[in-house]
Design a binder for this molecule. Sequence first.
Ligand code: SAH
Ligand code: SF4
Length: 365
Amino acid sequence: MPVPWDLPAPEAGPVVRPNAAGLGRSELGLLLTSLGESAWRGGQILSGLLRQRWTRWEQFSNLSKPLRARLESEVDLIWPVIVQSQPSADGSTKHVFDLRDGRQIEGVHMPYEDRVTLCLSSQVGCAMGCTFCATGQMGIIRNLSAAEIVGQVVSMLEHHAHPQDRPVNLVFMGMGEPLHNFAHLMAAFETLTDAEGMAIPPRRITVSTSGLVSGIDLLGTFARRPRLALSLNGTTDEDRSRIMPVNRVWNLEALAQALGRFPLQSGERITIEYVLLKGVTDRQEDGRRLAAFARRFPAKVNLIPFNPHEGSGFEPPEEARIGALCRLLSDAGLPVSVRRSRGQDVAGACGQLVRGGQSRHPKSH
Ligand code: SAH
Ligand code: SF4
């Protein structure tokens, strides 16, 4: 039986004018060549866009005046626009971005002492249909373009007047399954890590997947790639298949094997994310099976107490359960952390990123 993620997700509509925002260095080079300029100037534009965060051609003081005028008349410079920002008591801010087709996505800015972590969306909606996840309930609407992924970073950093030298971590833990939007994800990764642009080190970028084995294997073939996190969330095939339909295609054994053959750099670990659902995934036996799963390859475990949302039918775990599981896992020799969800009071914590009023089938069939 075909499953939704066997099919490519729909793409953004056709582009009428080129948009330089979000293009990689080589694409910018091609664009410049088509204007009769040298391709190497692509690096200058990338630097202006991502390092200086210039948003108007007239600001590009590293380009000649005639070239700026030419770009002004022929090339757009459009990032996704932040239309709403909700600060939370813990210092994080949930941002709503408006895309050019009226769709909306969300991203979260989380400042820490030594860095800023940005939680990014990769798709509008999600095809994976996990039952505990608000985004999963929307279904898939479309992929984000590379520009829309990179744009979340630029717009959030600009909004918060981020200083150039402060490290930035990126986590693809917002809306969507990043490995279901593989090509645009990797194009965005190339742009964000480019030395002439923001130069974010690849190890500061983490892609979280629900367990698309085909995507994990493909990611493993790239020498330069983001780090990998797997959302496990279930420790028997029966339990996991019930809450994560992808498990009916690639079960726990297939997943463990894929993670076991994923080529890691020295010291690198795969993050196992594990959402604690009261009475469903937070039992002591779950902890034991989770430990056994995570010991099959270099891993660290991140326990995520469920963030409740309207109509999910699940509840967050009790504090005592979180503590007990945390101890069990560290006694088993695994590095373990508990993700105290940030932004919970503004519905910006993971798994709560859903935009109201969007449906998979705008016109019902
Ligand atoms: N689609 C990818 C990345 C986005 S979801 C994935 O599933 O990994 C990011 C994380 O949020 C995943 O670990 C997911 O299991 C978790 N999550 C989803 N809904 C949640 C909720 N309501 N409460 C807590 N975590 C949730
Ligand atoms: Fe999609 Fe991740 Fe939500 Fe599952 S948990 S529906 S894969 S966003």
